[in-house]
Write a protein that binds this ligand. Structure first.
Ligand code: ADP
Length: 540
């Protein structure tokens, strides 16, 4: 027997319709590439997203067509989020930090037919425009006054293009399983692969963004997603903010400590989200200037493991609650969020801290399990560790155009490539990326744990631990360290520091001081490069 409830498709356009109707005056504040701060309300976002849709239709765009963006977090990018998906086309957010040949590969693979770009990226796109086979036109996201002189062919100005439209477009209804947006994983090995989200997955994921034990976004928040809109849709925040009518602040291209602080302070941001490298810059700025964060209530840190010292600094020195989250592009991206349970409220701070520094707790909508090498499920005891598998209604079932073959098993489980423990309450702790684990004499050493410990040393700005080949033990850990400016620390001092914190056999065999460490386009340590660079390193 079927239930007698209306069958309303879950469509992205419904999010902006809601926000436009009930939160029309709530502000979207953007630091523009042109310079000034721009502000307007959801009512205008809704009208201008409709203009975007009308403009695209007038250019001949059809449902299913891929439309690319190379853009920072800003109001025009937001309009494209709703305008493109709203008409049934696919928003393809490209990460501008990728190498030019990767961008060419991605745009050709996706068969993007229009490319919208911020002023910043005009020179970058000029140099590859001839290689973008399917692109019929380039739209520079600015007004006539700021249109650059450019060699880009078939170029248009965003404001002129949408300015001609009425903004009365009626969002169409279609199947909620329709593709809505496309995001390629950075592909540290092999070619990037496309994750194709649907309207349904995006709306369901938005409920999680707005649920209290999810990201807890609400209509009384001012949220600043610093995580880029080209990195797993800014972790779903643009959609979630529309769902609850939160005020939104976009930092544009300026992500240095001072610029971020100014927006946090001036706009009274209550919730902000970014990867650890961004927080390192902000915390350094705060330390140097003595500024405080009186309005900020919550910080979400994800994308890679934050050092414990970072969580502490936010909480103890600035009174800001830290939520450690974990996810992947393939997971829309929310997988776990580090909220505490009722039973934890009375615990001593140190114990709460230990729970908080784990990658987070299972949320409704994401099934998690860990398995052994044979695929047998391991105990949820917080001790056993193995490959982490996930499944759920906002998790990829395959990559765009079948790239990489089947990615889920018969029961729908997707292997995240992470190795983790799970405890009975659902808290998950990543031991390592499967490919970064250091295999020493049959034992596994967690590079993440070592990095976390080293980062607790005040002289260390950033650290990476990799396995290098060893004749007797297969692999031994090598520690690479970027020192804080003006600080002298010796190899022995660091190793001593670690000897007090980890088992003897886990202490790295050597330390190398470097000026900087390589990162991926989404800000993670690029360990594949480090392993390559140090593969012939002679351990003492
Ligand atoms: P990419 O950067 O390659 O596009 P994602 O952003 O999807 O990919 O990265 C997902 C991976 O990032 C996860 O599988 C995990 O290894 C790592 N990651 C994400 N959040 C955390 C975290 N809080 N702690 C440790 N690792 C994390």
């Amino acid at each position: 027997m079927k239930g007698l409830i209306q069958d309303q498709p879950l469509l992205i356009s419904s999010l902006i319709s809601y926000a436009g109707l009930y939160h029309g005056e709530v502000e979207i504040v953007s630091r523009t590439v042109e310079g000034p701060i721009h502000r307007y309300g959801y009512r205008e976002v809704q009208r201008r997203s409709r203009q975007v849709a009308e403009a695209l239709l007038s250019l001949g765009v059809k449902p299913g067509d891929r439309i690319a963006t190379l853009a920072w977090n800003g109001f025009r990018h937001l309009e494209l989020y709703f305008g493109i998906s709203g008409l049934g086309a696919v928003l393809h957010t490209i990460n501008p930090r990728l190498f030019p040949e990767q961008i060419v590969y991605i745009a050709n693979h996706a068969e993007d037919i229009y490319l919208f770009l911020d002023l910043t990226f005009v020179p970058q796109v000029e140099s590859i425009a001839q290689e973008l086979k399917s692109v019929k036109g380039f739209v520079v996201m600015t007004d006539e006054e700021h249109m650059p002189r450019t060699s880009l062919p078939r170029v248009m100005c965003y404001e002129s293009l949408i300015g001609e439209q009425k903004g009365e477009y009626a969002w169409p209804k279609f199947d909620e399983q329709t593709a809505s947006s496309l995001c390629y994983t950075s592909g540290t090995t092999g070619n990037p692969k496309g994750v194709l989200y649907s309207h349904r997955s995006t709306v369901l994921h938005s409920y999680c963004v707005c649920s209290v034990d999810g990201l807890g976004l609400s209509g009384s928040d001012t949220v600043m997603p610093i995580v880029p809109m080209f990195h797993a849709n800014a972790w779903g925040n643009p959609y979630g903010a529309a769902m609850c009518g939160a005020k939104m602040v976009f930092p544009g291209e300026k992500m240095d400590g001072q610029s971020i602080f100014e927006l946090l302070d001036q706009e009274k941001v209550t919730l902000t989200l970014a990867v650890p490298t961004v927080w390192l810059m902000l915390l350094q700025y705060l330390r140097e200037t003595g500024r405080k964060l009186p309005f900020l209530k919550r910080v979400v840190i994800g994308g890679s493991a934050p050092p414990k010292s970072m969580i502490r600094t936010f909480e103890e020195e600035y009174g800001v609650q830290v939520y450690h989250g974990w996810g992947m592009t393939e997971m829309s991206p929310l997988g776990t969020v580090g909220n505490l349970k009722l039973k934890h409220q009375g615990l001593p701070y140190e114990e709460r801290m230990n729970i908080k520094s784990k990658q987070g707790r299972a949320i409704y909508g994401v099934d998690l399990k860990i398995v052994d090498a044979q695929g047998n499920e391991l105990a949820r005891d917080g001790k056993a560790f193995g490959p982490l598998l996930v499944r759920g209604p906002w998790i990829a079932s395959g990559y765009f155009k079948g790239e990489g073959g089947g990615i889920i098993d018969d029961e729908g489980w997707f292997d995240t490539g992470d190795v983790a423990t799970l405890d009975p309450d659902g808290y998950m702790q990543i031991t390592d990326r499967a490919k970064d684990v250091i295999k020493s004499g049959g034992e596994w050493i967690s590079s993440i744990d070592l990095e976390n410990d080293v980062m607790g040393h005040p002289g260390v700005a950033e650290a990476a631990v990799i396995g290098v080949p060893h004749p007797k033990w297969d692999e031994r850990p090598l520690l690479l360290v970027v020192r804080n400016e003006g600080v002298e620390i010796s190899k022995e001092e660091l190793l001593d520091y670690l000897r007090k914190r980890v088992a003897k056999w886990q202490v790295p065999d050597d330390v190398v001081f470097v000026d900087e460490l390589p990162h991926t386009a989404t800000g993670k340590l690029l360990k594949s490069k480090l392993r390559e660079d140090y593969k012939n390193f002679k351990l003492p």
